[in-house]
Design a protein around this ligand. Sequence first.
Ligand code: HXC
Length: 517
Amino acid sequence: MTKFSDLLEDMRRRQEAILNGGGADKLAQRRAKGLLTARDRLDTLFDEATFQEMGAHVRHSARHFGMESKNLPADGVVVGTGYVNGRMVSAFAQDFTVLGGSLGKMHAKKIVTMMEEAAKFGSPVVAFKDSAGARIQEGVDALSGYGCVFYQNVLLSGVVPQIAVVCGPCAGGASYSPALMDFVIMTRSNAYMFITGPEVIKAVTGRAVTMQEVGGADMHAAVSGNVHFLAEDDADAIRIVKKLLSFLPQNNSEDPPHRPSADIALAEDDGVRTLIPDDPQLPMDVRRVIEHIVDPGEFLEVHRSFAENIIVGFGRVEGIVVGIVANEPTVRAGALDMDASDKAARFIRFCNCFNIPLVTLVDVPGFLPGVEQERGGIIRHGAKMLFAYASCTTPKVTVILRKAYGGSYLAMCAREMGADFVFAWPTAEIAVMGAEGAVTVLYAKELKAAADPKAKAKEFAAAYRAEFASPYQAAAHGYITDVIDPALTRSTVALALRKALSKRDIRPPKKHGNIPL
Ligand code: HXC
């Protein structure tokens, strides 16, 4: 008969082998390169001693080609649940020291089981991606594994927040899993993500490119838009995950983690007035305006390096979690282009999935004119913003700071797009088009006949601004809730949000709308 102490000893031996991943040497090599191991990543993410592993003893099937003798601890992926600042999170970390973190049938099954449980228990998912892709030896079983993971990504979309941390290779079809998740954080060191890498591109197109050019974190953050947050290294990525989670509800049936302050009242903040240039043609730094609206230190910008002409991010206003969408007039005059429309629409839809109120700050001269934009489909892309705002049923508070022209006035959540409150500063200009453009259309003959056409155009533009583009015009027709002193922006938004939290917006049932893609 086997003694209990022998069984215990056997269990410890097995556990130790699993914790050792691909072996002490491989783990040490990673750490020497300044990289965290899969288990280090989860330990750093979770509150101390809260991680509960699942499926540590799962093994691949030896029937696959060349796999008979392979011992793959945890089958190359560490999976489980833990707590982040006291809130449950489901997570997995692919272990590159075990056959390159490659994904086989059982590796995928562990991930899928965890995701099914995340849906059942209503916990966010965090995925550390560090993998050489489909496990070649497992053939179609590996492909099927990817299919099952993608399917779960889609089932979970809008049910629990999903965050991918790309902290190693993520190549080929594997990159579609992060793309299906809500947020992608990518480390500058060690990580790359592409469908086809430099070698294939060279073979097929003859063009020589570097790994960084086609798959580096900086490229994805600034050019492709596939990455929402750039991280210096693993520790920085985990810091961003924690900050992001601090704004998100656990699932779609919960409110976000509001921390409403006890008393709120209308109060002035003189600092905002000083941000507004006298000349309406000079841009205003909207980031400074955001700083005055949110609680101190409570703003996390999303997609910062991509489509910089629009800013999106999470914040708190008197403790209420909000998603902020703001035109950035210092970049491309704040005009909406294809990338800005995609960026904002996706963010708005995330906020709608997870009951996060939206605050929209408007200073927009229009959609960006140009052949490239028209041929690229600005109509289709811009329509995403209209669709996203109109279908969003969370509280929506809009503040028109300065310009709000033409279609972009509507695309930035005007009353007609379902805004619950629309406030305007006295500096707001709401019109079909900008004053300079409008006068050249309306007064072409007069300008031609004028002794000094430039001076005359300026005079007409000032008159147009005062009469046709005045916020009081819009307010007189009921399109504006109120024209407010900029110094009251924060407190006005805070009071409006507090009121709108009990909002109910019931729509006719349908399978889903058909957003222009
Ligand atoms: C099985 C793999 C593997 C794979 C690497 N390994 N890739 N095992 N399947 N796909 C193993 C290696 O044999 C080695 O095992 C260990 O992992 C580490 O790999 P190295 O090459 O030594 O590491 P490194 O030099 O750092 O290079 C990493 C790498 C390279 C650049 C990722 O391994 C590589 O190019 N791998 C192939 C990548 C690939 O083609 N994947 C399939 C993509 S297709 P030992 O035992 O020596 O430690 C795909 C389709 C998905 O993923 C479709 C989804 C829809």
